[in-house]
Design a protein around this ligand. Structure first.
Ligand code: C5P
Length: 308
């Protein structure tokens, strides 16, 4: 017989690649106005939730999780607490998170933990929150959390959390070169601001809202990796390369070994290479691995957070 104490709810949420990311002016809340095209990719965070009297989390997975905080500042714990508060639920949860998205890699792994946790806790506690309510909580947790919740392909504006779905055809193949260090997202944004301050002509006019290039939408709709490769863009790439110049070599190596194009994922340091097909993905994986890089493959778009 299954009792409440032994019920495990399993939810899964994906990491993401920003195939286009334009950073606008700093807004009043300190965040930057963004225009981004997100693609959810097939690296999933697996969250298993069991009822408990307080809130706790433990990690396992295909990557080194030793540096992760398990305290109250952990985003999954924050997500669970936020839902409990909102729903007036008085108990807690124990979360076991199997991590497959690179940590501090610019692929939204922490955001995926939070998105899957919201879904798992909602089911475990029977709080039956509407999707819009969960999305509203997600937006309070981080700019990328709503996208991990919805998945697929979407345009993000505002902080990146105002989502509208985008049409996409087929699957794109990615080869991801993982770094053996993490990068601080605020640090990369600050480096961009410093650069814009130094070069006054680059300052983004506050009244000018960034937008996603129409060619990006067309390439996604066509499902054509060659078209998409031509229009991949990330405003955070230059400041991240300034902070971690070694990433320039990684980009070069990928493009010399069959990638259609490479792009820094989010604020990095993961470098995402778009390839034409599965054969090219395998060849590139072998070439990058031979240069002692840690490499994983992924396809996108994939679904957002769901119960398993
Ligand atoms: O929301 P999230 O926790 O992912 O954001 C991390 C940091 O990235 C923010 O504290 C902010 O410094 C920066 N950021 C920003 N503008 C955005 C998104 C993130 O400046 N639109």
């Amino acid at each position: 017989m299954t009792t409440a104490a032994t019920t495990v709810v399993h939810a899964r949420a994906p990491g993401k690649i920003n195939v286009f990311l334009k950073v606008g002016a700093v807004m009043e809340d300190g965040y930057h106005d963004l225009a981004t095209a997100y693609q959810a990719v097939s690296l999933f965070e697996e969250v298993r939730a069991t009822a408990a009297s307080d809130f706790s989390v433990e990690f396992s997975g295909s990557i080194d999780t030793s540096g992760l905080t398990t305290g109250g500042s952990n985003l999954a714990i924050k997500a669970a607490r936020a839902l409990a508060r909102k729903a007036g639920y008085r108990g807690g949860v124990h979360l076991e998170i199997e991590k497959n998205v690179p940590i501090a890699g610019g692929m939204g792994g922490g955001s995926a933990d939070a998105a899957a946790t919201l879904l798992a806790c909602d089911a475990l506690w029977g709080t039956s929150a509407a999707k819009d309510e969960l999305l509203a909580i997600a937006a309070t947790l981080g700019a990328d959390v709503p996208f991990s919740f919805t998945g697929g392909t979407a345009i993000g504006t505002g902080r990146g959390d105002q989502l509208s779905p985008a049409l996409a055809k087929g699957k794109f193949q990615w080869v991801l070169a993982l770094a053996d260090f993490g990068m601080s997202t605020p640090g990369v944004y600050q480096e961009l601001d410093r650069h814009r301050d130094r070069h006054a002509q680059d300052i983004f006019p506050a009244e000018h809202q960034p937008s996603v290039d129409a060619n990006v939408l067309q390439a996604l709709r066509a499902g054509d990796p060659h078209m998409l490769a031509d229009v991949l863009h990330n405003d955070l790439q230059a400041p991240a390369l300034h902070l971690a110049p070694g990433l320039g070599k990684v980009l070069q190596l990928g493009e010399q070994n069959g990638a259609l194009a490479g792009i820094l994922s989010g604020s990095g340091p993961t470098v995402a290479f778009l390839v034409a097909d599965a054969d090219s993905a395998l060849e590139l994986q072998v070439a990058l691995s031979a240069s002692r890089l840690k490499v994983v493959r992924a396809t996108g778009p994939v679904h957002g957070a769901r119960l398993i």
